[in-house]
Design a protein around this ligand. Structure first.
Ligand SMILES: *[C@@H]1O[C@H](CO)[C@@H](O)[C@H](O)[C@H]1NC(C)=O
Ligand SMILES: *[C@@H]1O[C@H](CO)[C@@H](O)[C@H](O)[C@H]1NC(C)=O
Ligand SMILES: *[C@@H]1O[C@H](CO)[C@@H](O)[C@H](O)[C@H]1NC(C)=O
Ligand SMILES: *[C@@H]1O[C@H](CO)[C@@H](O)[C@H](O)[C@H]1NC(C)=O
Ligand SMILES: *[C@@H]1O[C@H](CO)[C@@H](O)[C@H](O)[C@H]1NC(C)=O
Length: 550
């Protein structure tokens, strides 16, 4: 008689599986998700105002994702990452989950951590969720994460971890938990530091015979509560005396803390012998809100618009991916890639099997990223919010915009940085990158001063304003009156509306958008204020308030 383990061994041999392919050698997946950081707020896109040497070192040693697209808002962007689907296919296309609204990412959706957990991974969420909590079984540990340390809503105070809905007559509530339990003992710890310490703890205590799937979902650089939105440690803010606007200076301190966190997280992976079998993906969930709701003074310049707008400033994300498993590293990728792609891409890289009936919108981009393959054209639906009434779509280089958000208030070119406010260390920029904590542990010989300057130049976008041609009436875009389209290859800053010159192309693009509309599911948003959410009723915490499910 054959015992079970020798039977499995024989089956494995027949299937051609070697010991090296047993689950313990699957790569660790580390996703560092940043909140509301502008495209122009990392120094690898050319800005000298806020230097981000650790983040940049990850990009220069890995793949600098120069054309990474994301939904334009927190909740839809996070839903997209975890499902591999457009928000119109999950009901998450309209707005964010307001704290006291009774809805969430529909429970029939299966999420990325579930697939990785089924493949033997330990799955960890640190930080922000924002995919619903009004019912307990919408919360992260009920949806595929073994553990969660962090908060359920869109933002909290960086220090006392409370969320105060100033528009409502509710008490202030703490939104901070370890798994399902309130976690008051970390009151006072700056959120970026609390999440970094937790990431280090998870990495240190991780059972190294298993692979790790960790989403480190920062509060930074989102604002805190509306009565105290900009919060950073004084010593970090003090590094930015060269920035005159006090709000932007505090923002720089928030970025700087975040950059240090990236250094510490990568070092922890190295110290624990995990780095050489890890994939680290870092990106911002959407563009920065330069002005308006939750504005943090971030910059997406020279792109048009900002968070929650149909323009490139809302949907192009600063990002990078690094792994020793990437065959080509140290290059700028101009492949168009979207948050829908991460689930199939990371699953393929880790050899994690996905069910066939998932109906993903994303595709596996791993071969392309790993092989630095010639960029392939894509069609992407960026926004389709039929409640607010605007959409944004792209076929190859042609970009279509119909309608806008907030009556067009964010349709401008925002966040141009004042000159003469460069970091005093910027003349030694490449040296800063080479002496960063991240470079110290992943640094490749081929990443030299010259190579850094070269990649940085390739990833710097300029749209010279001396071309005043766009002010001609024929090029004028008024998306609230009529759809516009742009050729991003020549006009990445969306200054020249070609709709009047090429009406047939415009019609073609709108027909394609209409096809997407035919297959959209209705918005899952329930836009009502449910007073049962009031923290006064839950011991001073934000907590699920409908117990029917469990
Ligand atoms: C707010 O709540 C307090 C205490 O419950 C109550 O006295 C007050 O009238 C409420 N105000 C409004 C505007 O509802
Ligand atoms: C957090 O700590 C501060 C300072 O000790 C204290 O005033 C505050 O009440 C605490 N907050 C909560 C929610 O416990
Ligand atoms: C990764 O590093 C660890 C610790 O230094 C070592 O034991 C292991 O063999 C390395 N694995 C690979 C794939 O290089
Ligand atoms: C463009 O917007 C108008 C006005 O909201 C709408 O009627 C039309 O269906 C939209 N077209 C497409 C293709 O989305
Ligand atoms: C929970 O929500 C359902 C509707 O989804 C409702 O019928 C039920 O009464 C709610 N239960 C509680 C305890 O609020």
């Amino acid at each position: 008689m054959l015992n079970i383990s020798s039977f499995i061994l024989i089956v494995n041999l027949m299937l051609g599986l070697s010991q090296a392919e047993t689950p313990s050698t699957k790569p660790n997946i580390i996703i560092i998700l940043i909140d509301d950081m502008g495209f122009n707020d990392v120094s690898f896109h050319g800005s000298n105002q806020i230097l981000t040497p650790n983040i940049d070192a990850l990009a220069y040693n890995g793949v600098l994702l120069n054309k990474l697209y994301v939904p334009n808002l927190c909740t839809p962007s996070r839903a997209t990452l975890l499902t591999g689907k457009y928000p119109i296919h999950t009901g998450m296309q309209h707005y964010v989950i307001i704290t006291d609204e009774p809805w969430g990412l529909p429970k029939q959706e299966r999420l990325m951590p579930e697939f990785f957990r089924d493949a033997g991974y330990s799955t960890q969420l640190i930080g922000k969720w924002h995919l619903g909590f009004w019912e307990k079984d919408l919360t992260p540990t009920m949806r595929g994460f073994d553990h969660h340390y962090g908060y359920y809503n869109g933002y909290i105070d960086y220090y006392d971890h409370t969320l105060h809905m100033l528009t409502k007559n509710y008490t202030k509530g703490v939104d901070f938990r370890r798994d399902l339990d309130p976690c008051p003992q970390d009151n006072g710890t700056y959120a970026t530091d609390a999440f970094t310490a937790e990431a280090k703890r998870v990495i240190e205590q991780h059972d190294k015979s298993r692979p790790l799937f960790m989403v480190l979902s920062h509060l930074a650089v989102h604002t805190g509560n509306e009565d105290n939105p900009m919060q950073a440690p004084e010593e970090e803010v003090a590094k930015f005396a060269h920035i005159t606007d006090p709000k932007r200076r505090t923002y720089a301190g928030m970025i700087s803390s975040l950059d240090k966190s990236v250094g510490q997280t990568v070092k922890a992976l190295s110290d624990n012998g995990m780095l050489n079998n890890s994939i680290i993906l870092l990106y911002s969930d959407n563009g920065a809100p330069t002005v308006g709701i939750h504005s943090n003074q971030g910059s997406n310049y020279p792109f048009r618009g900002q968070k929650e707008s149909p323009w490139e400033g809302g949907i192009r994300s600063a990002g990078a991916i690094w792994s020793p498993l990437l065959q080509q590293r140290g290059y700028v990728s101009n492949q168009i890639i979207h948050a829908i792609d991460w689930l199939p891409t990371l699953a393929a890289a880790a050899n994690v099997e996905l069910p066939e009936n998932l109906k993903l919108d994303g595709v596996n981009m791993w071969p392309s990223l790993s092989g630095n393959i010639e960029p392939q054209p894509r069609r992407l639906l960026h926004v389709m919010d039929d409640v607010f009434g605007y959409s944004s779509y792209m076929r190859d280089n042609l970009k279509y915009v119909n309608g806008s958000s907030f009556e067009g208030q964010y349709d401008q070119w925002l966040g141009d940085l004042e000159s003469g406010q460069d970091d005093p260390l910027s003349p030694y920029y490449a040296q800063q990158v080479l002496s960063s904590e991240v470079h110290a542990v992943i640094g490749s010989q081929s990443v030299t001063n010259e190579r850094i300057e070269q990649m940085r130049e390739e990833a710097t976008h300029r749209c010279p304003l001396n071309e005043q041609d766009h002010l001609q009436e024929i090029y004028l875009c008024e998306p609230l009156k009529a759809p516009c389209f742009f050729n991003l290859a020549k006009d990445p800053c969306e200054r020249f509306n070609l709709a009047n010159l090429y009406p047939l192309q415009l019609q073609f693009l709108s027909q394609e958008v209409e096809q997407f509309r035919q297959n959209a599911v209705p918005s899952a948003r329930v836009p009502i204020s449910d007073e049962r959410a009031n923290p006064k009723l839950h011991g001073g915490y934000w907590e699920w308030w409908n117990e029917t499910a469990k």
